[in-house]
Design a protein around this ligand. Structure first.
Ligand code: PHE
Length: 375
């Protein structure tokens, strides 16, 4: 690990003892791995393919960043992109806090304001982002995003004979439709109206792939306030943010999001820098092992906290945590949840003893840390 990574780890460790810190060891260990910087890894390959598209469309215009630290101020992650004070994404149930005013970025939008202040007018930022979440084949608490921003001046929209917002919206949509085509070939696409605090109007792009509509990115015309405060008056900008895992799973036929983190050569060997036509061939799938845990919940219980406990103990051996029973006792009013945990390794068969030991630890930790009563 380079010096740069070390300094992040160090600064993170120093404040690990802060009572507000909810970054578990398994999350902490992901900082500095930087899958997006590995050219022959599917995440690095998708990044390169998108860079390639922007380089062809606008040679030399977009500045690329892929090593900005994921440890950012809450101000940059939320306030500077106008996330309201009571927005759910600010809650420690959803975001990893290192201290009350420092977080692991939950989106690459955290860098919009600082890069505008530095004077950049067209940029792409790729990085690892962190969100507390449920456990299944498409959700993982660390994933990768790319942010794109482009700023326009009055000459741009005047030359087109258009009003500023309409001009930016049109340019944004054309750019992203072109990108989707560059990645997926001829595909059906549709625009959905959306809401983001930092853009207005806001949209999501969906593409039709393997029989279903799939959301691939969020975008919109940047809120004027962000631009005025950090860049200056008389400008207009667009911004987008897209999830690299999502795109890579679709493009390369990768069935489980945990595979991106494996060091198994049977996975890694299948990919080659620049070859976007590769389809992943699953190697033998080892059998899952299911274990249930049931308990009476308290008001403070959240599923994200349960998932964090499970991940903290089983790591990537936890494939899914699913609520299979939920009832409230008619007399006592107490609510009981039963969760089914699927344990499975991507690389080998798990033994009964091993899974039983994990499940026992999950049970005792759940009872101890989540203030629930096991049944
Ligand atoms: N930050 C948004 C997300 O993580 C994506 C986005 C970026 C939307 C920029 C609009 C503009 O979902």
């Amino acid at each position: 690990m380079g010096k740069y990574c070390y300094s992040i780890l160090h600064s993170c460790k120093v404040i690990t003892d802060h009572p507000a810190n909810n970054v578990t060891d398994s999350i902490f260990q992901k900082i500095g791995i930087n899958l997006h910087q590995q050219p022959a890894h599917p995440i690095g390959m998708i990044k390169a393919a998108i860079h390639d598209y922007f380089d062809r469309q606008h040679p030399g215009s977009f500045t690329k960043f892929d090593n900005l630290t994921p440890v950012v101020s809450a101000k940059a992650n939320f306030d500077e992109v106008l996330v309201p004070a009571d927005h759910i994404s600010r809650s420690p149930n959803d975001t990893y806090y290192v201290s009350p005013d420092t977080v692991l970025r939950c989106h690459t939008s955290a860098h919009q304001a600082e890069l505008l202040r530095q004077g950049h007018r067209a940029f792409l930022v790729t990085g690892d982002v962190y969100r507390r979440d449920s456990i299944d084949a498409t959700h993982y608490p660390v994933f990768h995003q790319m942010e794109g921003v482009r700023v326009f001046s009055p000459e741009d929209w005047h030359a087109a004979g258009m009003e500023a917002t309409q001009f930016a919206e049109g340019e944004l949509k054309r750019t992203l439709e072109g990108l989707a085509q560059h990645l997926f070939g001829k595909v059906e696409m549709r625009w959905i109206d959306a809401y983001f605090p930092f853009t207005d109007p806001s949209f999501e792009l969906e593409i039709f792939f393997n029989g279903e509509w799939l959301e691939v990115l969020g975008c919109g015309v940047m809120q004027q306030q962000i631009l005025e405060k950090n860049s200056g008056p008389d400008q207009k900008a667009w911004a987008f943010g897209l999830g690299l895992e999502r795109l890579a799973m679709v493009l390369f036929d990768i069935p489980d999001i945990r595979l991106f983190w494996t060091s198994d050569q049977r996975f890694l060997k299948q990919f080659k820098t620049g070859d976007m036509s590769i389809k992943f061939k699953s190697y033998s799938k080892y059998p899952p092992c299911y274990k249930d845990v049931a308990f009476w919940i308290s008001d403070a219980f959240t599923e994200n906290n349960l998932c964090e406990v499970v991940r903290g103990i089983a790591g990537d051996l936890a494939e899914e945590v699913k609520l299979i029973d939920n009832f409230t006792h008619p007399k006592t009013g107490r609510t009981s949840h039963c969760y089914r945990i699927a344990y499975r390794s991507m690389d080998r068969s798990l033994t009964d003893d091993e899974v039983n030991a994990l499940q026992e630890e999950v049970r005792s930790t759940v009872a101890d840390k989540l203030k629930v009563e096991l049944r």
